[in-house]
Structure formats: C-alpha cells, structure tokens
Design a protein around this ligand. Sequence first.
Ligand code: SF4
Ligand code: SF4
Length: 185
Amino acid sequence: MTTEPANIVDVTPAPMSRGDRLFLPAIFKGLGTTLRHTLGNMGRDGKNKKNIHVVKYPEERREHRDVLEGGSYAPTFRGVHRLNKDDQDRVKCVACFMCATACPANCIHIVADEAPWDDREKYPKQFDIDELRCIFCGMCEEACPVDAIELTPRYEIVGLTRNEMIFDKTKLLEIFDQTIDEKPM
Ligand code: SF4
Ligand code: SF4
C-alpha cells in the first residue's frame, strides 16, 4: 500500500549552521530573556510592570483582601479544615460520621463517645483529618448537618513528618480560633 505524499511530514532536522553549532548565540538570547524578565519583575521595566503581581513570600502573603482588591487568589479557595465551636466554646460536632462517610479520600477518622452535655447524645472523643490524603473537595462540610466542619482560606499547611500532617481535634479547634473571622465565599 502506498501513502499519499500529502500525508507525509518530513521531520528530518534542518542542518545546523556554524553559529548554531557554537550554541553561544542561543545562550546569549536565553540570558537576554532572563535578564528582561528579571528587570521587569524588579519594576525597572515600565512596559511590563503593570502585569506583574509579585508577592514577597513569606514576608508578604496573599490574604483574602487581595481577592477583594482584584488579586489572583481565588475567593472560592478552600484550604485547611477547622472544627467549629458553639457559643459555649464547645466543639459543635455531634459525631454523626456524615463527613467521614462522604469523604472520598477516607481521610477523616472519628472516635465517638457519650457527650458530657445534655443537648446531644454524642461528641467526638477523637477527630483526626489526614491533610496529606485530603483532596480539599469540600464534601465533608457539605455533609455536616450542624456546620461543625469547614474548610478555611488558609493554604499554609506544612509539616516535617506524615504524622504532623494528621490534624487532631485540638489542632482543628485551634484553627477555628485563628480563623474565626475568615470564611471562603
Ligand atoms: S475536603 Fe474532601 S477529601 Fe478532604 S476531608 Fe473533606 S471530604 Fe475528605
Ligand atoms: S458531619 Fe459534622 S457533626 Fe457529623 S461527625 Fe462530621 S463534623 Fe461532626
């Protein structure tokens, strides 16, 4: 069977010129591009200046106000979880296991116990979320009947070991205290 000449694409590389073989022109061209972007990022190139949004992390952070001021941090971004407290400073969770059941990544582990309060039957004696397994889908907060679990706009989740990345009840309640005024849209 013969192939139509129009369907054949010749991919033989063009022979290199003497200048190409030296590689120096290409190297200087690349360095020139790097230098142009560096100067642009430093704000010395007025032509590109207005398109550059530089955040000097970690001294500067993209906070929620950046969104309000037209920054590139998505207002719907969802990061690290928190366990909410009620008006008596108690964990809101009633240990119903809805979030753990809905979680597609199987990263919520709850141990329920009899609640020490009269207004509910159970509370979470233990509540762990493996932040490394989490895919931040938000299904847990959707499933919760009492708004006890929420994802916050916090994106700095760091740890040196896998164990540090398993956030327990104490840590999740601490995040509530730190993010009480922050809520994703
Ligand atoms: S955000 Fe999604 S993956 Fe993460 S804990 Fe909630 S349900 Fe699971
Ligand atoms: S769905 Fe809400 S109340 Fe139920 S176990 Fe999860 S966090 Fe607690």
